[in-house]
Write a protein that binds this ligand. Structure first.
Ligand code: 5GP
Ligand code: ZN
Length: 138
């Protein structure tokens, strides 16, 4: 089990910082975000420290996704959420502020303050194709 002594989420895992835990299994815990975007906003993290999406172990990633799905169902059934956003930020430029991999599970309600963080508008087809060429898998 990896640990980073300076990581606030590792401190939560070790009980050195308080948290409100809402789900646990062998590989993950989930707790309430202290700055909730909407009512019920929670974070799912692997118990083993890794800094981000690119570093996280595949089985931990899978366990986090399953925990997020469990929570999403409870948010719908018990909080009356009309939808749920799963958000992961990978890297400082992508808004990551805590460098222990985590997924935000954010229940959505009619009229809540969440807004799409970009303005969808049609892209240049040639540029879309060029980017696709660069990220295409085998
Ligand atoms: P990020 O910005 O890295 O995607 O998400 C980090 C999240 O962790 C933020 O939404 C922030 O509110 C939350 N957070 C930061 N410090 C603490 C803490 O000490 N306890 C809890 N429960 N959440 C925290
Ligand atoms: Zn950590």
């Amino acid at each position: 089990m990896n640990r980073d002594p300076d990581c606030i989420f590792c401190k939560i895992l070790d009980g050195r910082l308080p948290s409100t835990v809402v789900d646990e299994d062998e590989r993950t815990i989930a707790f309430m975000d202290i700055n909730p975007a909407t009512r019920g906003h929670a974070l799912v993290i692997p118990r083993s420290h890794s800094r981000d999406l690119l570093a996280v172990d595949a089985e931990d990633l899978s366990a986090v996704a399953q925990a997020a799905k469990r929570l999403a169902g409870r948010m719908r059934d018990r909080l009356g959420a009309d939808g749920v956003n799963l958000i992961n930020s990978c890297g400082e430029l992508a808004w990551q502020t805590v460098f222990h991999f985590h997924v935000h599970v954010i229940p959505r309600y009619a009229g809540d303050p969440m807004r799409l963080p970009w303005l969808p508008s049609p892209g240049d087809p040639a540029e879309i194709a060029a980017a696709a060429q660069e990220i295409k898998g085998a």
